[in-house]
Design a protein around this ligand. Structure first.
Ligand code: PML
Length: 265
C-alpha cells in the first residue's frame, strides 16, 4: 500500500511582498528535514532577510497522478529581444493567436498585477483573444501539489546537471510546466523569471514540451512571471483552477534533453 504523502509549502515575505517560495511532496518521515531545508532557503534568498516565513503541511487526499516530465530543448539567443521574438514564434506555432501573444508579452514585461506589480501566480489568457480570465488579477492562479517522486529526484538532478541544467530553477520550472501541460484546455505556457539575475525563460506546449530560451530579459530587470494560454471550450475555469491548485501530480522520469541550438527565425 502507498504510504501517506504530504504537501509541504514554504513562502516568505519581505516588506509586504512575496520574496521566496518552494514546495515538495513527501512522506511523513521526510518532512522535518524538508521543513528545515525550505526555511533555510527562505532565509538565504539574497533579497533581504524575510519578515515572515510560512511553512504549511497538508496530507494529500484523493488520487495522485504519476507522469513523465516534458522533453527539454534549449534555444540559445544572443539577447533578450531575440529571446522574446523566439518565444513569440514558439507560441504562434503552438496555436496562440498573435493578439494573445502580444498582450501576454507586454503584460509580463510591465508587471501584470494592478499597479504594474509582478504577480505571485500566473495569468490565464484566452489563446484566441488575449482576454485575461483569472478571477484575481493581483494573485493569479498558483499551481501547487507537484514534485518529483523521491526515488527519481537524484537521477533527474544528475541528468539535468550533466546537460548543464543543474540550476534548481530549471528542475522546479520543469515540474511546474509538466503539471501545467496536463491541465484541461491548456494551449501553451510562457514564463520568464522575475529574479533580476536570472534571465532565462521558456515556452511549453503539449506537442513540443519545455522549450528553454536563454535570454528573455536584460540583467537587473525584476519583471517576469507566467502566462497560461487556454482555449475556451470543453472545460470550465473552475476545473482548470482546481486541477492546478489541488490535484497532486508526481513526476517519475525525465523526457529527452536535446543539445542546445541557436535560434533561427
Ligand atoms: C530555466 O532556465 O529553464 C528556468 C526558466 C524559468 C525560471 C522561472 C523562475 O524560477 O522564476
Amino acid at each position: 500500500m502507498e504510504r501517506d504523502l504530504y504537501s509541504i509549502r514554504m513562502r516568505a515575505e519581505h516588506d509586504g511582498s512575496h520574496c521566496s517560495g518552494a514546495e515538495r511532496i513527501a512522506a511523513a518521515g521526510d518532512l522535518p528535514a524538508l521543513a528545515a531545508e525550505l526555511v533555510a532557503r527562505a532565509l538565504g534568498t539574497g533579497s533581504g532577510a524575510p519578515d515572515r516565513v510560512h511553512c504549511s503541511v497538508d496530507r494529500l487526499a484523493g488520487e495522485i497522478l504519476y507522469r513523465r516530465l516534458p522533453d527539454v530543448q534549449t534555444f540559445d539567443v544572443p539577447d533578450w529581444m531575440t529571446g522574446r521574438a523566439c518565444a513569440s514564434a514558439l507560441l504562434l506555432r503552438a496555436g496562440v493567436a498573435p493578439v494573445a501573444v502580444a498582450v501576454a508579452m507586454a503584460q509580463l514585461a510591465a508587471g501584470p498585477a494592478p499597479g504594474g506589480r509582478v504577480m505571485r501566480g500566473a495569468m490565464i489568457v484566452d489563446a484566441l483573444t488575449g482576454t485575461r480570465l483569472e478571477a484575481d488579477p493581483a494573485r493569479g492562479v498558483r499551481a501547487s501539489r507537484m514534485d518529483l517522486v523521491m526515488d527519481a529526484r537524484q537521477g533527474v538532478s544528475a541528468e539535468l546537471a550533466a546537460a548543464g541544467l543543474g540550476h534548481h530553477r530549471v528542475a522546479e520550472a520543469l515540474v511546474l510546466a509538466g503539471k501545467i501541460l496536463g491541465a484541461p484546455g491548456i494551449v501553451a505556457e510562457l514564463c520568464w523569471s522575475d529574479a533580476p539575475d536570472y534571465l532565462s525563460g521558456y515556452v511549453a506546449d503539449p506537442h513540443h514540451g519545455y522549450q528553454r530560451i536563454t535570454r528573455m530579459k536584460a540583467a537587473g530587470d525584476g519583471f517576469g512571471g507566467r502566462a497560461l494560454f487556454v482555449r475556451t471550450s470543453g472545460w470550465t475555469l473552475e476545473a482548470f483552477v482546481a486541477y492546478l491548485e489541488r490535484q497532486a501530480v508526481l513526476f517519475d522520469s525525465l523526457g529527452t534533453i536535446a543539445p542546445p541550438q541557436p535560434w533561427k527565425a
